[in-house]
Structure formats: structure tokens, C-alpha cells
Design a protein around this ligand. Structure first.
Ligand SMILES: Cc1cc2nc3c(=O)[nH]c(=O)nc-3n(C[C@H](O)[C@H](O)[C@H](O)COP(=O)(O)OP(=O)(O)OC[C@H]3O[C@@H](n4cnc5c(N)ncnc54)[C@H](O)[C@@H]3O)c2cc1C
Length: 482
């Protein structure tokens, strides 16, 4: 049996497991009309990356089936994995279950063994990016997640009972109404690329790029490349540039040495995932500050991959205070008059988390509560970049800065790394994904049920399946009084 045959066998097994578990249940929420008179969606999920797929999967498995997922990327190109993630394999270990939502057959390992065989699994060191992308697409297919690719959400406008989403579709702009919206727009969707002050915007795109952009590395052949930042993406880009023939790559890092320990991995267990939400804000803040100050090291494989090349240098304790065009090159400035030059600049500086800078929420900037609004840490623990994290409800709901000031705001659920401060790492990386999705779906199902209680009660009252008809104790409805 070849890989595709054995995958087909496996798929039948997964379908049977789902049937044995009675999943997915029939749709149960009430049908609610939007302001246009058309039935509204119960949930619109924005983003069909790993988190969008697992969120939608979890909702379907709760019988919330009137949902739609949209992604602006073409099918197969969602998220970073085969677009701007320039590592050779995932940074995570291979044995993470993936996004199985509690179904063993939906784990990465089950898919991989079915597709490539047990021996291949045994021989696998870490997961190649393209396999991870294929796996996410496969889970999407197995759970029948309704996705429309090539559709962007431009704007979200919450109101009483409904959120209006303005979409750009291949057929033109249109407005869709949904009772709840899940923003699963990824790392790049939490406020945009972090661009340090002093970087001249006119350098982009000819002489500079952020690591999350498409970069034509063939153009950098024989050129000198400067990279700002020393995290995993900075190193991935340095290695890629060298492999593609850059003459030299120099990383500039503010720190005197690389972070040594990945505390994220040390906290990737159900205690942190399930327990974080219930911690008092002071305790969450202490942990956030501790992890933010320590930062995470790049994976050792990435460092070794970079060091295989001549022409690599890293400058520690070297902050870059400015970058501007000088002829056909980039002039970099440092404190105390230090200077350097490069032919191209790559910013491996990560992403901002700031709900006020999320484009889909632009009309709501200033109304969304952040940690800075709700929590006042002692002076030594103040961190402006953490204070900008949104303050979310227990089901990832946005909250209004002034309670009651923005009806419907809490109908938008931020299911991304922006939830880290409020709910822990259950919408950030792979390990917390199933736990985060379960929490999200459970809370959304509960909201819908509460809102639909009149319909639920009406349906219950109309439910009239006679249990005892075949027994001597059957009493027809008309005779049941008294
Ligand atoms: C370079 C890189 C490497 C990583 N490696 C690892 C790793 O090895 N292990 C790990 O655990 N984590 C890793 N992560 C962290 C995390 O797992 C990934 O960011 C992962 O992609 C998160 O999934 P997501 O679904 O939240 O976001 P994404 O995968 O980024 O998906 C978001 C989707 O939303 C779509 N979208 C955005 N805005 C809109 C809009 N307005 N309308 C329609 N669609 C929209 C995008 O097109 C995209 O497809 C990595 C992150 C990055 C950036």
C-alpha cells in the first residue's frame, strides 16, 4: 500500500471514530436574522491558519455549525509555514499532538505515519514546514471546516446582538453579519510588524524588509545584509540569505549575549494552559515580565545552520538607533557615533501587540480595554509593551474600556498571541492550541445558548417524542392533566 492508500484507510478510521463519538452533533443554535433580513452567521472566523482551523473545528464539534471561515491567502498559503517562516523545520519537537481536539487519529503523528509510514516517523528529527502546512489542511478537510480563501475582512463594526463584517471578496465588497467573530489572524495580526524608531520608512521595499514580508533572496546574492534582532526569525533570515549567496550577513543585537533558556517550553503544560486564566492579575503580570525580560533563544539548529557559512558575524551590545539611505546602501547608526553600512536591511524585530493597531478594529481604537487600563503594576515592573496587550474576557472577548460604552464589542474574540496576557499561551504556539480552542468554543456555545434561551425553551416545550407509547403506561397528551 502506498502513502496515499494508507492515508485513505486512516481517513476512514478517523471518520468512524468521529461517528463513534457522535461528532459533530447537529446544529442547535437559533436562526437569527441580521439587519438585512438574511440569516446571520453564528460565528465568523477570520483566518484559516492553524488557530482558525482549530477554532472552527472545536465549534463544529460543539454543534455550532452555522459558521464561516475566511482567509485572504490562497488555499495552502495560510500562515507563515511556507511563506515567511524561513526555518527548515518547525522549532517545536515532533511529538506535539498538533491540533487533534482530543481525537487521536487527528494528531500530527497519526497523519504522518499514515502518509509516510512508521519508519519515516521514527526517522523524523523535526517537522518540515511544508508537512506542517499539509497537516493543517488535512485536519481542515477531515473536520469539513467551511473555508473561503481569497476573502479579506476589512472592518468589524460591533452592534447590539451582531457584528457587521465588511469583506473584500473576488466578487467585490460586501457586508456579512455574524453573532460572534473570532479573529484568528496570527502573529502578524496582533498590531503589525514592530519597526524600531529611527528606521527610515522610505528604505522599504528596495533596501529593507521586515522578516514577515516576502523577500526575494536571489536579489541579495553577493550583497552585504544587515539583520536587526537576534530572535529565531532574525537567525532564520540570516541563514537563508547566506544560503542564497549573500556575501555577508551581520546581526546586530542589543543584548550582550543570546537568551539561553526557552521558558515558553518550560511552561508548556496543562497547568499553565488551564490555570493561567484564573490567576490574579498581579501574578499574571509577574510571570509576563519574567518571561518578557528573559526572552527566548533561537533554536540551536538555526544557529548552527547560520554558522556553517563564512561571512557571518554577530555584534552583541550593539543597538541600532537609525537606518537611512546613503546612495545605494543603508547607513546604520549606533550610540556614541558608531556607524555601519549594508546593501539590504532585514528587521527580525517581531510583532507589536496592540489592539489599537489591528486594522480590522481600526474604528474601535481607543475603546478597547488594555492591561494598561486595568492593571497598575509597581514602578519597577512597568513594561509599556505588555501594558498594550488587550484585557480579554474568559472566552477571549474584547472588553470596552468604559463598561457599556461599545455595545457588541465583547462579540469579538481575539484568538491570537494577543490573548497571552489574559489567558496564557493558549492562542500563541502549537502546544496550547487544542486547549485554547476548547475554551473558546465552550464559551461561545454558552453565550449562544444564553442568548437563545427563549428559542431553546420553546423547542423543549415542542419536543414531544412519546417514550412510553409501546408500554401499558402510555397516556396520550390530551389526557395528561391532573
Ligand atoms: C516565523 C514563525 C515561526 C513559528 N514557528 C513556530 C514553531 O515552530 N512552533 C510553534 O509552536 N509556534 C511557532 N510559531 C508561532 C505560531 O505557532 C504561528 O504563528 C502560527 O502560525 C499561529 O497560527 P495562527 O493561525 O494564529 O496564525 P497564522 O498561521 O498566521 O494564520 C493567520 C491567517 O489569518 C489570515 N488573515 C489575517 N488577516 C486577515 C483578514 N483581515 N482577512 C482574512 N484573513 C486574514 C492570514 O492570511 C493567515 O493565513 C511561529 C511563528 C512564526 C511567525
Amino acid at each position: 500500500m502506498d502513502g496515499l492508500d494508507s492515508l485513505a484507510v486512516h481517513e476512514r478510521r478517523v471518520a468512524r471514530d468521529l461517528a463513534l463519538l457522535g461528532l459533530p452533533p447537529a446544529n442547535w443554535p437559533a436562526t437569527v436574522a441580521g439587519p438585512d433580513g438574511e440569516p446571520a452567521l453564528d460565528v465568523l472566523v477570520v483566518g484559516a491558519g492553524m488557530y482558525g482551523v482549530v477554532a472552527a473545528g472545536a465549534l463544529l464539534l460543539k454543534g455550532v455549525r452555522n459558521i464561516q471561515v475566511v482567509d485572504r491567502a490562497p488555499e495552502g498559503l495560510e500562515g507563515p509555514w511556507i511563506t515567511y517562516a524561513r526555518m527548515e523545520t518547525l522549532r517545536s519537537p515532533k511529538h506535539l499532538p498538533g491540533i487533534p481536539l482530543g481525537i487521536p487519529g487527528l494528531t500530527f503523528r497519526a497523519w504522518y505515519e499514515a502518509r509516510f509510514g512508521m519508519a519515516a516517523w521514527e526517522g523524523l528529527y523535526k517537522i518540515p514546514n511544508a508537512d506542517w502546512q499539509d497537516y493543517i489542511l488535512w485536519v481542515r478537510r477531515m473536520l469539513d471546516v467551511p473555508v473561503r480563501n481569497g476573502v479579506s475582512v476589512l472592518r468589524l463594526s460591533p452592534g447590539a446582538g451582531m457584528v457587521a463584517a465588511t469583506l473584500a471578496t473576488p466578487e467585490g465588497e460586501r457586508v456579512l453579519h455574524a453573532r460572534r467573530v473570532v479573529l484568528a489572524t496570527g502573529r502578524a495580526g496582533t498590531g503589525g510588524a514592530a519597526i524600531p524608531p529611527g528606521i527610515d520608512p522610505s528604505l522599504f521595499p528596495a533596501l529593507a524588509a521586515h522578516s514577515a514580508e516576502a523577500i526575494d533572496f536571489t536579489r541579495l546574492r553577493g550583497r552585504r545584509v544587515a539583520v536587526l534582532g537576534a530572535g529565531a526569525s532574525a537567525w532564520d533570515n540570516a541563514a537563508t540569505a547566506l544560503e542564497q549567496g549573500a556575501a555577508g550577513v551581520e546581526i546586530y543585537a542589543r543584548r550582550p549575549f543570546l537568551p539561553q533558556i526557552n521558558k515558553g517550553r518550560g511552561s508548556a503544560h496543562p497547568g499553565f494552559f488551564e490555570g493561567w486564566a484564573g490567576l490574579p492579575p498581579e501574578e499574571k503580570w509577574r510571570l509576563l515580565v519574567y518571561m518578557a525580560d528573559l526572552q527566548s533563544p533561537p533554536p540551536h539548529e538555526t544557529v548552527l545552520r547560520t554558522l556553517r557559512h563564512d561571512g557571518f558575524r554577530i555584534h552583541f551590545s550593539t543597538p541600532i538607533t537609525g537606518a537611512r539611505r546613503e546612495g545605494r546602501a543603508v547607513a546604520l547608526t549606533m550610540p556614541e557615533g558608531g556607524r555601519a553600512s549594508a546593501d539590504f536591511l532585514i528587521l527580525g524585530t517581531g510583532f507589536v501587540v496592540d489592539a489599537a493597531r489591528i486594522p480590522e478594529l481600526a474604528g474601535l481604537a481607543g475603546q478597547i480595554a488594555s492591561w494598561g487600563d486595568r492593571h497598575a503594576p509597581p514602578p519597577e515592573a512597568r513594561r509599556p509593551e505588555l501594558a498594550r496587550f488587550p484585557w480579554l474576557g474568559e472566552g477571549f472577548e474584547l472588553e470596552a474600556r468604559e463598561p457599556g460604552a461599545c455595545p457588541g464589542l465583547s462579540r469579538i474574540h481575539l484568538f491570537s498571541h494577543a490573548a497571552m496576557a489574559s489567558l496564557g499561551a493558549i492562542a500563541s504556539d502549537i502546544p496550547g492550541a487544542s486547549i485554547g480552542a476548547e475554551r473558546l468554543a465552550q464559551r461561545i456555545a454558552a453565550h449562544l445558548f444564553r442568548e437563545d434561551i427563549a428559542v431553546m425553551r420553546g423547542r423543549l416545550e415542542a419536543f414531544a417524542e412519546p417514550e412510553l407509547e409501546s408500554t401499558p403506561f402510555f397516556v396520550p397528551a390530551a389526557f395528561q392533566r391532573g
